[in-house]
Design a protein around this ligand. Structure first.
Ligand SMILES: Nc1nc2c(c(=O)[nH]1)N[C@H]1C(S)=C(S)[C@@H](COP(=O)(O)O)O[C@H]1N2
Ligand SMILES: [Mo]
Length: 360
């Protein structure tokens, strides 16, 4: 059991890391109980400041198109609509478990959530704008501005034309049936299912077709897997196979260690992968012994899949873990794959538990 006394620690936190961890927020793991994460529990990642959503908001579509246009939010809403259940995960999720650590948002494992997003397929907007046949990429610009790596810029990302034309890429105005909240991109955002979260540009104001590879800071300066600082690296794109367990029992306040009463426990959680690849298998480990979990029905190509596993808890200290395998045979690694900036950590989730009859 944990030390009930917590003597003061001399010295301050690293202010920048605390500021990031307080401004942004993870999904509390007990919220894994919801198929669709309530909007207020959805994880949040904002690089700069949340910009104001002016009533006269326009979404412009230009660059290498023959029919450039600027649409109001109502005009976007008047186009054919689609609602999709999509699991988003931050590419930096799991960074806080890695050592040495990169100074950025110190997620442990809670930078993931699932929402139902409603909006207009981007492909329809691009078709109406008539993208030039020579265009190679589509750039998406938000209105949030700041400085990163010494460069002053509006948050922006690009997709290849082929990725942008996928029928489930949406320009979204609603989340879980309600207008987007300010922090989640109101009034309009992109949602790119199957990709790590950085592709889903919030506060979307400008879409541009181009035949030149986009070299924005958020495209080339960040969001690359790099095993050594300075190397070109591999761009972060589709979400890697991953899973989480809803922590059983009750927590110790400070250590978050779980306290569980002996007897039958129904362990539950969620598993997901990127690029629409289904989850085929989830295994649960009780002190290193792996067994298969029961999978819930599939909830669409872009949403996490629930799982459950019965456990007969006997008094003692135990480490639980879960591990998912997707239909392409990708499986979560035991330990984080080394990455300089802490991207793509999909190592297995471990939960330390004390089983005791003294509580519960
Ligand atoms: N304009 C803009 N879009 C953005 C970001 C941002 O800071 N600015 N953060 C990105 C990142 S890194 C992630 S993980 C997701 C998070 O979306 P959410 O906060 O709605 O969960 O938004 C992405 N879109
Ligand atoms: Mo992110």
């Amino acid at each position: 059991m944990s030390n009930p006394r917590r003597p003061p620690i001399v010295g301050r936190f690293m202010q920048e890391e605390v500021a990031l961890a307080s401004r942004n927020s993870g999904m509390p793991l007990e919220a894994l109980r919801y198929d669709v994460t309530p909007a207020g529990l959805h994880y949040l990642l904002v690089h700069f400041d949340i910009p104001a959503a002016d009533p006269g908001w326009k979404l412009s579509i230009g660059g290498q198109v023959s029919n450039s246009r600027a649409l109001s939010v109502d005009e976007v809403k008047a186009l054919p609509q689609k609602t999709l259940r999509v699991t988003l995960e931050c590419a930096g999720n799991g960074r806080g478990q890695m050592s040495p650590r990169y100074p950025s948002m110190p997620w442990l494992e809670e930078g993931v959530s699932t929402a139902e997003w409603t909006g207009t397929p981007l492909a329809a907007l691009l078709a109406a704008a008539k993208v030039d046949p020579g265009a190679k990429e589509i750039i998406f610009r938000g209105t949030d501005r700041g400085i990163d790596r010494g460069v002053d810029h509006d948050y922006a990302r690009s997709l290849s034309v082929a990725e942008a034309m996928r029928p489930d890429v949406l320009v979204v105005h609603s989340m879980n049936g309600q207008p987007l909240l300010p922090q989640h991109g109101a009034p309009l955002r992109l949602v790119v299912p199957g990709w790590y979260g950085m592709a889903s540009v919030k506060w979307l104001a400008r879409i541009e077709a181009t035949d030149v590879p986009f070299d924005g800071v958020q495209q080339v300066g960040s969001y690359h897997f790099r095993t050594q600082a300075g190397e070109a690296g591999v761009p972060c794109t589709y979400i890697r196979v991953n899973s989480l367990m809803a922590p059983p029992g009750i927590p110790d306040f400070f250590t978050r260690r779980r306290i569980v009463a002996p007897g039958r426990v129904n362990l539950t959680g969620r598993a997901w992968s990127g690029d629409g690849v289904p989850i085929n298998r989830v295994e649960v480990s009780i002190d290193g012994q792996w067994r298969d979990a029961k999978l819930d029905p599939v909830a669409g190509p872009w949403a996490w899949r629930g799982w459950s596993c019965e456990w007969e808890a006997v008094p003692g200290e135990v480490v639980l873990a879960c591990r998912a395998t997707d239909a392409k045979g990708n499986v979560q690694p035991d330990e984080p794959v080394p990455d300089v900036t802490g991207f793509g950590n999909n190592s297995i989730h471990r939960v330390a538990v004390t089983v005791t009859g003294e509580v519960g």
